[in-house]
Every structure is written in structure tokens, then in C-alpha cells.
Design a protein around this ligand. Structure first.
Ligand code: NAP
Length: 309
């Protein structure tokens, strides 16, 4: 019997208990899922950041830690974690992110706000350009950024993407490296951030990089709050360098009531809802990874601990 420790907190236990047990059964696994296995007996740990679980050292026989989150910055630096770590790649989460990003890009591209909030009933005839002449940049071309870049290019946006390693994506201009970043930012009328938080991406969007954007650019950040220097963004908004920022993630969550983002008229705050792991599809991913590990096959979505994602 495979023992799977569920270490993702009580509310998620209620969501996952049956779905994950069923998914493991369907994958042909004889597994016992519990929140209370003896640490030395736990073969796998299903994990999401929670206050009651942070020490992995007693889990000496655990073969893998399987994160329910795509972003692993809260666990990747945990010194007690020596077991292989996988992150979540979930088709449901990807679908949700594509919907959030394309929706907010279209909002800004079409200038919807001017018509939704028009208290003086002004008749301003200013039709938007076609998507083909709107330059959108996506920083991060992984599971989520890559899917968003593809959907935006399917809508005919002029899409550029930036990643750590060179990449090729159909209908997307792909760049990498520091020069690639500078070129990408200089062309980004709408900038989407879908990078993981690592030592290399922390504060990537700062006074200097904001200064590279075309005037009145729009920023959409469903990546991580720490990618942006908050004070520099507020200054860029006040200076008109950035026309609007739609932010889903923040350095401190929930965003404190006195934070400047709440009050700023050119900031839209969404409460970390861009996309979430969907228990049904995610359970299948976890079960498949356990099946692979048991069969001696390589784990999917293994985190590169040195790169931090
Ligand atoms: P992923 O598949 O690991 O992709 C990460 C992308 O970022 C890759 O293209 C990677 O480049 C690139 N990258 C990493 N470090 C870089 C650097 N230093 N310079 C340039 N590019 C770099 O991750 P994902 O699944 O797409 O998720 C991305 C992030 O979205 C997560 O880490 C999480 O923070 C966030 N997220 C937010 C929500 C929400 O609801 N707001 C939900 C889920 C996830 P390579 O391709 O070269 O490796």
C-alpha cells in the first residue's frame, strides 16, 4: 500500500480527499491518502503552503513532494526539503489563466473602461485599432505564459515573449537574455508578467525597466507581486509612463487597506484570482506522477532547485 501524506491544509483536504483517492484508484494505484501518516512511512507528500507543515526532515523515506501550486518560491528554499519536488501543471489552471489574461488584454486593447464608466455620456468616436497592430509582450513563456502568448497570437495580437532559455513558438517573437528583455520592454504596449519568483526575477520591473516601456503602456501582473517594485510602479503611473496596471498578486496578501494600489485610479486590483489549481484535473496530475515514480519513470514537472522554479 502506497502511503500519501496530504499536507496542504484542512480546507483543501475537503476538496481533494475523494477526488485524489479516486484519481489514484483510476491510475491503478493501491494508495492510502491521509493527513496523519507516520512521517517515516509516508511515500509521497502532496503539499501546499500552510502554517502547520514546514519541516520535511522526518520524512526520510518520502520519494517525492508534489506541490499543488505552480509557483514554488515558498518551498524551494526550504532547507529541510531534500526530496525531489514537482510543481503543479494543471490544464484547468492553464485554461483559467488564459481566460484572465486574454480578458484583461482585450479590456485595455479595446479601451472598454471609457464606455463602461461614462457618467457625462460623452460621445467620443475613437475606434480601437485591430489586434494585429497592438504589441503585447509576455514575460515568461512556460506553461502559463506560453499558453497565453499562443491564445493572444490566435486573436492576432502582435506578440513577443521572453524566457530564460531560447524558445520557438508559432506566431510569437521569442527573445531571451538581457538585450532580449530590453527590446521586448521597449515594444510592449501591453506587458503581461508570468514569470516565477526567483532570485533573478525579484524586482525585475523596477524604475529602470519601467523606463524602457513605451509611454502609456499597460501592465498586467498575474505572476507574483515581488516581480514589481511597488513604489517604482506607482511613480511610473503618476508620471504617465504606465497608463494602467492590472494586478492580481502582491508582496503582502491580502493587499493591506492602506496600500497605494487600492487608491490609485489607474490600478485594478484583483484578489489573486487569475487562476487556481482545479482539484479535479490536479488530482489526475498528482496520481499520474505517483504512478510514474512507482513505475521507475521520470517525474513530470520536476522543479530545478538551482534555478528556483
Ligand atoms: P513555468 O512553466 O515554470 O514557466 C516559467 C517561465 O518563466 C519559463 O518560460 C521560464 O523560462 C521563464 N523564466 C524563469 N526565470 C526567468 C528569468 N530569470 N529570465 C527570463 N525568463 C525566466 O511556470 P508557469 O506554470 O508558467 O507559472 C508561472 C508563474 O505564474 C508561477 O510561478 C506563479 O508565480 C504564477 N501563477 C499565478 C497564479 C495566479 O492565480 N495569479 C496562478 C498560477 C501561477 P524557460 O522557459 O527558459 O525556463
Amino acid at each position: 500500500m502506497i502511503k500519501v501524506q496530504f499536507a496542504a491544509g484542512w480546507p483543501r483536504w475537503k476538496q481533494y480527499e475523494h477526488l485524489l483517492s479516486n484519481a489514484m484508484m483510476k491510475a491503478g494505484l493501491q494508495a492510502e491518502l491521509s493527513q496523519h501518516h507516520d512521517p517515516e512511512e509516508a511515500d509521497y507528500i502532496v503539499y501546499a503552503p500552510n502554517r502547520s507543515f514546514s519541516d520535511f526532515s522526518p520524512y526520510v523515506n518520502t520519494r517525492a513532494v508534489l506541490s499543488l501550486w505552480a509557483g514554488v518560491e515558498d518551498i524551494v528554499t526550504n532547507q529541510t526539503l531534500t526530496q525531489p519536488l514537482t510543481r503543479m501543471v494543471d490544464s484547468g489552471m492553464t485554461e483559467g489563466m488564459v481566460e484572465y489574461v486574454t480578458g484583461h488584454v482585450l479590456r485595455h486593447h479595446l479601451g472598454m473602461d471609457a464606455h463602461i464608466v461614462n457618467p457625462d455620456h460623452q460621445w467620443v468616436w475613437a475606434p480601437p485599432p485591430l489586434a494585429r497592430s497592438r504589441r503585447v509582450a509576455v514575460l515568461g513563456l512556460g506553461e502559463l505564459g506560453g499558453a497565453c502568448a499562443k491564445s493572444l497570437s490566435d486573436l492576432k495580437f502582435n506578440v513577443t515573449g521572453w524566457s530564460r532559455n531560447p524558445k520557438r513558438l508559432r506566431s510569437v517573437t521569442c527573445r531571451h537574455g538581457q538585450d532580449g528583455l530590453r527590446q521586448t520592454l521597449a515594444e510592449a504596449e501591453i506587458l503581461v508578467l508570468l514569470l516565477p519568483l526567483t532570485a533573478a526575477t525579484d524586482n525585475l520591473i523596477n524604475a529602470e525597466t519601467l523606463g524602457l516601456l513605451p509611454k502609456a503602456a499597460v501592465i498586467i501582473n498575474p505572476g507574483r507581486g515581488q516581480l514589481i517594485d511597488d513604489a517604482a510602479l506607482l511613480a511610473a503611473l503618476d508620471a504617465g509612463r504606465v497608463a494602467h496596471a492590472t494586478l492580481d498578486v502582491f508582496r503582502v496578501e491580502p493587499l493591506p487597506p492602506d496600500h497605494g494600489f487600492w487608491a490609485h485610479p489607474q490600478v485594478t486590483v484583483t484578489p489573486h484570482i487569475a487562476s487556481e489549481t482545479r482539484a479535479e484535473t490536479a488530482s489526475q496530475v498528482i496520481a499520474e506522477n505517483i504512478r510514474r515514480c512507482e513505475a521507475g519513470e521520470p517525474l513530470l514537472h520536476l522543479v530545478d532547485r538551482s534555478a528556483g522554479y
